[in-house]
Design a protein around this ligand. Structure first.
Ligand code: ADP
Ligand code: ADP
Length: 217
């Protein structure tokens, strides 16, 4: 199973990607997570990426393509992979296609997470991440986890992501519309590749729909 999870910020790609990865035993690679880890560690990549991330803009295509090339070469991905938050531009999608072709493989499905904008804004303002283990929660209720100020998994403090502040969220939604939404048309050219997921509902409801779309039982 080679799958891309595509959709606007806050649509639930990370949450569903983790569940899918666990359920199907294939690794999930989220370029946002890899970049945040580099920022946290203060590496050269992290310092370069941070300038873009804190503005809500996209990190240059060559940089993220390099990260994905590295992840797919790691060996774990030989029986399948889930990409979350990548590709985000047509250039990245072209780069991915070339990369997979060189490895003698291709994508099986691109799942588009469809969520109305007011729900996205609500989800992003409620998102809290653990400063230590990176687990993601919601302060309101996502129908499943309703958390306080400490990470239920490791006890560290939960934080609002810097780029989840309302001013940056507005920029990220605009960037999504300007640069990422075009991928719907791009992947839509390949019959049966693009599958639309109505990603509104509880986490469990959405998971069920996702497993159905991918014919996973
Ligand atoms: P979200 O979960 O809200 O969709 P991510 O964690 O995927 O956000 O991404 C956070 C930030 O990291 C983005 O706003 C962007 O700056 C950078 N980033 C992540 N993935 C990519 C990508 N594929 N291309 C360019 N920038 C990216
Ligand atoms: P993305 O990776 O697409 O940016 P996340 O998976 O991080 O999205 O989800 C964004 C926020 O919404 C998180 O706080 C998460 O707990 C919450 N969330 C995820 N799925 C749902 C859902 N089905 N209903 C309500 N909230 C959700």
């Amino acid at each position: 199973m080679n799958v891309v999870l595509l959709g606007p910020p806050g649509a639930g790609k990370g949450t569903q990607g983790d569940l899918l990865s666990e359920r199907c035993g294939v690794p999930k690679y989220a370029t946002g997570d890899i970049l945040r880890e580099a920022v946290r560690r203060g590496t050269r990549l992290g310092r370069e990426a941070q300038r873009y991330m804190e503005q809500g803009e996209l990190v240059p295509d060559e940089v993220v393509l390099g990260l994905v090339r590295e992840a797919l070469a790691s060996g774990e991905a030989q029986d399948g992979f889930i990409l979350d938050g990548f590709p985000r531009t047509v250039a990245q999608a072209e780069g991915l296609e070339a990369l997979l072709e060189a490895r003698g493989t291709a994508l099986d499905a691109v799942v588009f997470f469809s969520v109305p904008e007011d729900e996205l804004v609500q989800r992003l303002s409620s998102r809290r991440v653990c400063g230590d283990c990176g687990a993601v929660y919601s302060v309101g209720s996502d129908g499943r986890r309703d958390v306080g100020s400490r990470c239920p998994a490791c006890g560290a403090k939960l934080e609002l992501r810097d780029d989840d502040r309302p001013e940056t969220v507005r920029v990220r939604l605009r960037v999504y519309r300007e640069k990422t939404e075009a991928l719907l048309g791009w992947y839509g050219r390949h019959e049966e590749m693009l599958r639309e997921l109505d990603a509104v509902g509880t986490v469990e409801e959405v998971q069920k729909k996702l497993l159905n779309l991918l014919d996973c039982t």
